[in-house]
Design a protein around this ligand. Structure first.
Ligand code: URA
Length: 280
């Protein structure tokens, strides 16, 4: 048999799974596989030609398999309705425990459907420093706590270097459910969660906030500048009667990918520590 005649060896199940994981598909969202190619509508017959015989049983139209629009499916709220429901729910909470229960019961963020756990916060809610990141990853989703994976371990080391641990830091995220495959959160998902993280800040009233990464900085500080530009420069988190000094930080996951910028990150941690010292 020549090289060109080599019989194609089917990939092993493990090869296929690895391919999916590398492509970012690392969650099973149903118990049974669905062959979506069999759900495609039939191709129109070629001009002038006789219609092709149908080989698949009655095709299902996209309208039958796509999620129903919000109006037809009350469980799926529009972005605006989700934000307003979250705002009302959050405003009615007068303790962190009440707020946690409200977030866990909230169904207005589509990410909840594919997440294993609702991930809210860890550490001390009365701490002077609140660190807010982006969204849970795979480890956080599995364990139900923020920043417990590799980037969380780096964050803990950085905090330890300035004398902080879970007794004097409170750690949360702007999103409470894992985006599948660790994709970026959408603006709808951010809007649906934002009233809750704002209420968490209002209930905890930290002296200083640190926003880890561009999504936290953009969501809480309204900045459109890139994180590498604004990191290490004091901003203000302003809502209602609250004005809290806020520091944008490079995200620990970015530091893991770009260890060369750890020097800047260390400088920012020292600036943070100095502010906390000054305000104590
Ligand atoms: N990255 C985040 O932004 N938050 C987490 O909780 C974990 C990783």
């Amino acid at each position: 048999m020549t090289a060109t005649q080599t019989a194609a060896v089917p990939p092993s199940l493990l090869d296929v799974l690895l391919f999916y994981v590398e492509a970012g598909c690392d969650e099973a969202i149903g118990d049974r596989p669905v062959d979506r190619t069999s759900l495609l509508p039939p191709k129109p017959a070629a001009a002038g030609g006789a219609p092709r015989p149908q080989t698949t049983p009655a095709p299902v139209t996209p309208a039958q398999v796509m999620p129903k629009p919000a109006a037809a499916n009350p469980a799926l709220l529009s972005a605006q309705a989700a934000e307003s429901a979250a705002t009302q729910l959050a405003a009615a909470c007068h303790s962190v425990a009440e707020l946690e229960a409200a977030i866990k019961g909230f169904t207005g963020c589509a990410l909840k459907a594919t997440a294993t756990n609702t991930v809210i916060a860890r550490g001390n809610p009365n701490a002077p420093l609140m660190i807010i990141g982006e969204a849970p990853g795979r480890d956080e989703d599995a364990q139900g706590a923020p920043f417990v994976g590799e980037s969380g371990q780096l964050l803990d080391k950085m905090l330890k270097a300035i004398g902080r641990d879970e007794s004097n830091v409170y750690i949360s995220n702007v999103i409470f459910w894992r985006p599948p495959g660790n994709r970026d959160p959408s603006s709808e998902e951010i809007l649906a969660c934002k009233p809750f993280i704002e209420r968490l800040i209002a209930l905890c009233r930290p002296k200083v906030i640190a926003c880890a990464g561009k999504f936290a900085a953009a969501t809480l500080l309204g900045t459109t500048q890139g994180i590498t530009r604004i990191r290490g420069r004091w901003q203000e988190y302003c809502r209602d009667d609250l004005v809290i000094p806020a520091m944008p930080l490079l995200h620990p996951a970015y530091l893991l990918r770009q260890p060369g910028v750890k020097r800047e990150a260390w400088r920012d941690m020292l600036t943070l520590a100095a502010k906390l010292e000054e305000m104590s």
